[in-house]
Write a protein that binds this ligand. Sequence first.
Ligand SMILES: Nc1ncnc2c1ncn2[C@@H]1O[C@H](COP(=O)(O)OP(=O)(O)O)[C@@H](O)[C@H]1O
Ligand SMILES: [Mg+2]
Length: 374
Amino acid sequence: MLYGGRSGEHEISIASAAAVFANLDRDRYDPVALRIEKDGRWILADRPPTAASAAAVIAQMRNGERGRGGREVLMPARPGGDTLLRLARPGGDAQAPALMSGLGLDVIFPVLHGPYGEDGTVQGLFDLAGVAYVGCGVLASAAGMDKDVAKTLFQARGLRVTPWVVVRQHAWQAGRDQVIRTLSTTLTYPLFVKPANLGSSLGISKVSAPDALGEAIDLAAAFDPKIVVETGVPDAREIECAVLGNESPEASVPGEIAASGEFYDYESKYLSGASRETIPAHLTSEIAREVQRQALVAFDALEGTGLARVDFLLSSSGELFINEINTMPGFTTISMYSKLWAASGVDYPTLIDRLITLALERHAHQQQRRLSAF
Ligand SMILES: Nc1ncnc2c1ncn2[C@@H]1O[C@H](COP(=O)(O)OP(=O)(O)O)[C@@H](O)[C@H]1O
Ligand SMILES: [Mg+2]
């Protein structure tokens, strides 16, 4: 179980990982807790993570309360029996690291969200190491993480997305006024300004007029040199659908989130506790089926495997827009992904089991791949 990570969703990941640990069938699995610190070091944790909720982890982190015990490990980027190498520093000399004994793992469950976790980077390392892992591969993870690339792929498959424009940091720095003019004539306010690659609403602003656009782009640019600016869907209902499977994926019943704030921002996602979920969402059977159909098209468009949560915006006039795909959605027992499956007849321990089975199946297929002519 790999969790934590360098992204701003480190705390959410710990909460998700704690839930997986608590619900893993110990007769079948012998889990190893592997924590990625915010500085990127991999630690074989002394104890598995425990957490009541993402809000509890965030509070503990802010108070500096969380235990950090464990030993540093490395994952070598080549196939072999040792998935991890324990890193020892002889005589405590930090300048003289030495590699010690290895540890083999059968499958990795990367409960990681955001950059360097959900974006294909860590999945690339698993591929190089020849180890099975839960969830999407490099392509789907990377494409799903980038809101511009994902929209392009969705659109190519006939799904409706809100009009959007990409702003590059260098173009922004070269001519702010020009960028603001272009955006204001191309798109319709209110606008949403987002870092192209992030999550948990970090760096996202809703902008109602051109004079607030500069500040919003500056904020997004601090998180990613690529910025997505898009037309807002007025009074949007937020509908989410969970997908599970490899070649024959299934879609859950759709659910709805009613954000407590101006939009579904970080605060209302994890801290205020005031957002309300309705599962299944109150939708006509026609729209519910359409949501499920589009969720599967989106999953297929990215060549998803394992799992994803596909999020939609439903306008007050009944137009359905696909907003984004999350290839490693929040995974606590009270996260939307798990609740959607619970409401669709798949309980949390079964969900973990299915995901691990899917990971091993995908890995077995990959292993059959021929890499050279002789
Ligand atoms: N085009 C839009 N119209 C209306 N609301 C939006 C739009 N884009 C984003 N939002 C709001 O902002 C939230 C976060 O945006 P999203 O693209 O889902 O980013 P993240 O990957 O951080 O979750 C959404 O859940 C929604 O509340
Ligand atoms: Mg979102």
